[in-house]
Design a protein around this ligand. Structure first.
Ligand code: TYD
Ligand code: MG
Length: 452
């Protein structure tokens, strides 16, 4: 019998090493290399168990066209998936514990099963009885919904072979184990082996497979990034504790757009879809307070109005603090420098920027709203509550045009905003919609003039 080799794997990037290291040479992280048992040798002949034998085809012979998609019965989930379920897709859903991953998948399983599609829900964390109670809470009643409490991958494969579900839910991947890897459930070696076998199962039988993955404190999926590389689609369910809003975001999608956003609200009977997220995000706005600005932003293909808040103190307590939540910290520093040099605002005190409702704004169009919020707080002068703002700010203090201006304008008007401050470069797009209430600006100075 071959001697059992021991290898070491980095829990951050998945790189394997022949010996233990304090620092992973591949990704540079400290203290992430852990011992794992070596994977079993591949079967002779090079084939991998479970995968169909491959055969090269001419490009023209390969079946083309968009994949056939089925609805999950939850519109917001369909949107984030790129238009629905693709047979054989392996979808990873990450998120903090308690954020609602299980709830979302319980609801999706029930809705899908109501279309008479067999669904198997595998719970590795709770007993079948506990899971049944959860299903009752969301009002699940579908006939073709199957439930099993199981953590052994080979037994799950056995159930799949017998039941032949079209949709499989694994909650969660960190609780599963496979006997042919020596290490504990949740270890790098286990996760790698399990994910590749689930992939083979999904592709071989064309089963849509949802896999729940827990997230560590640092916000990464527990276990290595490798998990994200292996699957077809990675969705994150996000939200802040104490807030009922939940955002579902695609960070990788082999079958559609990333950047898509689904909006939900956690209620006593599960997650409810939110048709009008802008109204939700603005519901608690303190209109008339200084430092608050409504930004007309974009999330995926959907315009979204969110409140940007800033608080600027005139004196720093020690070294000035620059804190940004939901907005890039470096970008905040850059915008402060532009404000100082181009608009003569002296911000020497502490600066806090916050995007309300637990949103993250990653797009350049949020620059001008942030600048406006900073200036409003610095001057302690509130903005007109009927104003919405968008535009990118350059280092020269110029305001640059952004994409999707027309959709932003339409959304802002729909929600009752009467004045919209926008880049002069977007004037053409705006003109077609009627110029009433539109205020094009080309410099930061000019923007602050019209806003205050
Ligand atoms: P859960 O789906 O268990 O989170 P995860 O799988 O991401 O760990 O959601 C847990 C939280 O959601 C829990 O605090 C209770 C709450 N919840 C509701 O508010 N309403 C519901 O209908 C359900 C099922 C859960
Ligand atoms: Mg759960």
């Amino acid at each position: 019998m071959a001697r059992k080799r021991t290898t070491y794997a980095c829990t951050a990037c998945g790189q394997t090493h022949p010996k233990w290291l304090g620092r992973c040479t591949a990704c540079g992280e400290w203290g992430t290399v852990e011992e794992e048992a070596a994977p079993p040798a591949p079967p002779p002949g090079g084939g991998r168990a479970g995968l169909p034998v491959s055969k090269p085809l001419r490009l023209k012979e390969v079946e083309g066209g968009a994949p056939h998609r089925a609805s999950t019965g939850i519109g917001e989930l369909d949107r984030v998936l790129g238009g629905g379920l693709v047979p054989g897709a392996l979808v990873l859903i990450g998120g903090d514990p308690g954020i609602g991953k299980s709830t979302l998948l319980l609801q999706a399983s029930d809705r899908i099963a109501r279309f008479d599609v067999p669904v198997l829900y595998v719970s590795g964390e709770e007993s079948a009885r506990q899971t049944r109670l959860r299903f009752d809470r969301i009002g699940a009643e579908a006939e073709s919904l199957w439930l099993v409490a199981e953590t052994s991958l080979s037994r799950i494969e056995h159930h799949v072979a017998k039941l032949e579900p079209r949709v499989l839910v694994i909650d969660s991947v960190q609780t599963l184990y496979t006997e042919d890897v020596g290490s504990a459930p949740g270890s790098v070696a286990q996760l790698r082996a399990i994910t590749s076998r689930l992939m083979a199962l999904a592709k071989g039988r064309e089963i849509v497979t949802f896999v729940v993955g827990h997230v560590t404190k640092a916000g990464n999926l527990a276990g290595p990034r490798m998990l994200e590389h292996m699957v077809d689609t990675v969705l994150y369910l996000e939200g802040q504790r104490g807030h009922p809003f939940r955002l579902l975001r695609a960070v990788k999608n082999r079958f559609g757009n990333t950047d898509e956003l689904g909006a939900f609200e956690m209620k006593s009977d599960g997650l409810a879809e939110v048709d009008n997220p802008s109204a939700l995000f603005l519901a608690e706005r303190a209109a008339g307070a200084s430092g608050s600005v409504v930004a007309a932003c974009f999330e995926g293909t959907r315009p979204l109005l969110v409140e940007v808040q800033a608080l600027v103190t005139h004196e720093a307590h020690g070294t000035p603090r620059r804190t940004a939540i939901g907005f890039d910290g470096n970008r905040t520093a850059l915008l402060l420098a532009v404000l100082e040099r181009k608009a003569g605002l002296d911000v020497g005190g502490d600066v806090f920027v916050n995007v309300a409702g637990g949103m993250r704004l990653d797009e350049p169009a949020a620059d001008l709203p942030v600048i406006a919020a900073l200036a409003s707080s610095h001057r302690d002068r509130p903005l007109d509550p009927k104003v919405a703002v968008f535009g990118e700010v350059g280092l020269g203090g110029e305001i640059r045009g952004v994409i999707g201006a027309d959709a932003r304008i339409v959304e802002a008007r729909r929600l009752g905003f009467e004045r919209i401050v926008l880049p002069a470069g977007n004037r053409d797009a705006a003109r077609q919609l009627g110029e009433q209430g539109l205020v094009p600006v080309s410099t930061v100075e000019q923007a602050l003039d019209v806003l205050f």
